[in-house]
Design a binder for this molecule. Structure first.
Ligand code: PMP
Length: 404
């Protein structure tokens, strides 16, 4: 039995009030909340062993280095990477994608083709458009259907000998669709193309196995999975990371520097110039540990229950339409009320202490597809409850009465 009451006690923010009402936090796809087990690690770091890493002989520096590198091993184990040096610390998913896109600028030629999907977040569109501008490569898009599912037969048609890269998110942030990434990866590999999977939305719900997936690059953000903002990771197969040039120059990423020539450090340091987010990296490891003590299967099952409950209850409201009805989806409900702007509903819900996201969710092409300005998005985490969903449903009904 899933003990939500016990779990909720781990999250101090969940006991606060907003506008005089108990907070109902349904903006988890934007950022998740932080348990005290992770907050304690952050406080402990700055209280007891704050120091710069890797280059210090003194005790604090060594302690900080050990913890930072131990967290890299935690991340490695979690994503099942073969080597710890295949895990690169970054500032988050966006930063990881830009690192890879920047690296491919020196590997692509005019006429090469890059495939993305119709379900992408802007951070998995814009860096590739910039890469195409730099290299003369061409961007192609896997289309989707009205349920928000990718049309795999169209993907087959896009693949050819010019395809060099395929970039797809594991789960869509705007609709919650879980994409068939294993099939996408295998088909791309048959054409010799590399694949990057954007795991920003999957990391809170699924424990991906990068070796079983045989994926070339997998990226994620700590703040989506109970960790702090400003830190994330790039997994890359060793052979790919060795092929890509460094992203930024500076300290930590070199073997030797002279004014005539600089040689670069090996993995992972080649991609980690400058003082990193040390505390963030350590807390990222603590967040993964925390989520694993609950268990990803338990989390996914419980969140699925919340999704089914919310979908059923919301659809009882006349004039409410849900966008994203894929068979395989995670705990995101994106919806609109007929004739009412999503922003107005979000504002009224906030007055009731209910936090949802409104707008295009950094996925404007999806909104264009449905010919809408945006949606109201409620995204559930394992610390949410059915009672909170009841509050949302009542809030939406009230907003509809007020705005009709
Ligand atoms: N991709 C997807 C699917 C996302 O949901 C997000 C965050 N909303 C990102 C990329 C970007 O993540 P970050 O802002 O942490 O870099």
């Amino acid at each position: 039995m899933f003990d939500t009451d016990k779990i909720r006690k781990d999250f101090p923010i969940l006991s606060r009030e907003v506008n005089g009402k108990p907070l109902v936090y349904f903006d988890n796809a934007a950022t998740s909340q932080t348990p005290k087990q992770v907050i304690d690690v952050i406080v402990d770091y700055y209280s007891n062993f704050n120091a710069n890493i890797h280059r210090g002989v003194h005790t604090l520096s060594q302690e900080a280095t050990d913890k930072y590198e131990a967290a890299r091993h935690t991340i490695q184990k979690h994503f099942n990477a073969k080597h710890a040096h295949e895990i690169i610390y970054t500032a988050g998913t966006t930063n990881s994608i830009n690192l890879v896109a920047n690296g491919f600028a020196s590997l692509l030629e005019k006429g090469d083709e890059i495939i993305v999907s119709a379900l992408e977040h802007h951070s998995n569109i814009v860096p590739w458009q910039m890469l195409c501008e730099k290299t003369g490569a061409v961007l192609k898009v896997i289309p989707m259907n009205q349920n928000g599912e990718l049309l795999m037969e169209e993907y087959d048609k896009l693949l050819n000998e010019n395809t060099k890269l395929v970039f797809v998110n594991h789960i869509s942030n705007a609709l919650g669709t879980i994409n068939p990434i294993k099939e996408i990866i295998d088909k791309a590999h048959k054409h010799g193309a590399a694949v990057l999977i954007d795991g920003a939305q999957s990391c809170p719900h699924i424990k991906p196995d990068v070796q079983a997936l045989d994926v070339d690059f997998y990226v994620a953000s700590a703040h989506k999975m109970c960790g702090p903002t400003g830190v994330g990771m790039l997994y890359g197969k060793e052979e790919w990371l060795n092929k890509l040039p460094p992203y930024q120059g500076g300290g930590e990423m070199i073997a030797e520097v002279s004014f005539e020539k600089t040689t670069y450090a090996g993995l992972p340091h080649k991609f980690e110039a400058g003082t990193p987010n040390i505390c963030g990296g350590i807390a990222f490891g603590a967040a993964i540990d925390y989520m694993n003590t609950i268990g990803f299967e338990t989390i996914a099952n419980y969140e699925h229950e919340l999704l089914e409950y919310a979908t059923k209850k919301l659809l009882e409201i006349e004039g409410l339409k849900i966008y994203g009805t894929a068979k395989n989806k995670t705990s995101v409900v994106s919806f609109n009320l007929e004739g009412i702007h999503p922003y107005d509903v979000g504002t009224i819900l906030d007055k009731m202490g209910i936090a949802v996201r409104t707008g295009h969710h950094c996925a404007q092409p999806i909104m264009d597809y449905f010919k809408i300005p945006g949606t109201i998005r409620a995204s559930f985490a394992f610390y949410n409850t059915k009672q909170e969903i009841d509050a949302l449903v009542e809030g939406v009904k009230k907003a509809q009465r007020m705005l009709s």
